[in-house]
Ligand binder design. Structure first.
Ligand code: Q46
Ligand code: ZN
Ligand code: ZN
Length: 306
């Protein structure tokens, strides 16, 4: 197979786009497509300060890499959750990545150092080991990301969610008709007056294999292993089913997602998207729908009670 642009041997073939490219033209295409998505959804401009949430995985590091290449003012945020083995290894990848790029600024929030407990410790205390720590983890990450975005004076928080991630979430929400969640899923979540930061997903049109190919071809050193708690997650099961459909009909995932965004644009879910009223948490000041303390502060308050 030959590169569509230069005729040299292609290293990557995208069946859904009927496009094969070589090792020079694939990264070029990938960077240009990212810029297109940023413009299409009016995510941010050259004057905005962008905070990229990085986990050490291929998607978030590729995103940081591409934004720096495009000349954006992009800093990184890594949250050290204290998960045995995984956190040490992923933090190392992120720190190495930042060290190799002059001018790339990285903020590390170490959960144990700042709040006194690692994620597994909080989850054990709250769930007594009954459940996976993922719901507590999601809550903690959302809080810390919002806090650093706001306190650091950033205009926007960017995450490395790819098309496979977005489609798996959409699929799961459709299966359970979680209409409120469906209405709130979008490439851009605007900031709100209560203090929620603007959030964007510049990779939402890329298949996971496309971000992986970019990371491999451009030699980004990322952590291959997933978090150990990801094993058996429903979203991974859904990804498996969606991959089967994609295999039989290339483009299925992209069409499902773009069709959803079109329906959204036409106002299909508008009524459902009504915002719940938020007020500042009495302890940290972050927006919450609960009276008094936010869910994050309640987590640690229970720790203090003991
Ligand atoms: S990091 Fe956290 Fe994920 Fe690990 S504990 Fe679950 S939610 S699986 S993206
Ligand atoms: Zn080429
Ligand atoms: Zn709070």
């Amino acid at each position: 197979m030959k590169c569509r642009k230069c005729g040299r041997p292609a290293v990557f073939n995208m069946r859904q786009h009927k496009l094969a490219l070589c090792e020079v033209h694939y990264p070029e295409w990938f960077v240009a497509q990212t810029q297109r998505a940023i413009e299409k959804y009016h995510m941010f401009g050259p004057d905005d300060r962008v905070l990229v949430a990085v986990s050490g995985g291929k998607d978030s590091l590729a995103l940081w890499d591409v934004l720096l290449q495009l000349g954006y003012q992009a800093d990184g945020l890594y949250i050290d959750l204290g998960i045995d083995g995984y956190s040490v290894a992923s933090r190392e990848k992120v720190e190495q990545f930042a060290a190799q790029r002059p001018g790339a600024r990285l903020t590390v929030v170490d959960l144990r150092a700042e709040y006194g407990e690692t994620l597994p410790q909080v989850a054990q205390r709250v769930h007594r080991g009954r459940d996976k720590p993922c719901s507590v983890c999601g809550l903690i990450k959302r809080h810390v990301m919002n806090r650093v975005t706001r306190d650091g004076g950033y205009d926007v928080l960017a995450t490395g969610h790819n098309l496979d991630d977005e489609v798996a979430v959409l699929f799961g929400n459709v299966l359970h008709w979680q209409t409120g969640y469906i209405a709130r899923q979008a490439p851009v979540l605007p900031a709100n007056r209560a203090g929620l930061a603007r959030k964007v997903k510049p990779f939402c049109h890329f298949y996971e294999r496309e971000t992986a190919a970019y990371a491999l071809i451009t030699s980004i050193d990322y952590i291959y292993d997933e978090c150990p708690h990801a094993v058996g997650a429903t979203s991974l099961r859904h990804k498996g089913i969606l991959n089967q459909m994609e295999e039989e009909a290339p483009g299925t995932k992209l069409q499902f997602y773009l069709g959803f965004l079109r329906a959204r644009e036409e106002g299909f879910f508008r009524e459902r998207a009504e915002e719940v009223e938020l007020r500042p948490c009495s302890n940290c000041g972050q927006p919450t729908s609960a009276p008094g303390l936010c869910a994050f502060c309640r987590l640690w308050e229970r720790a203090a009670d003991r």
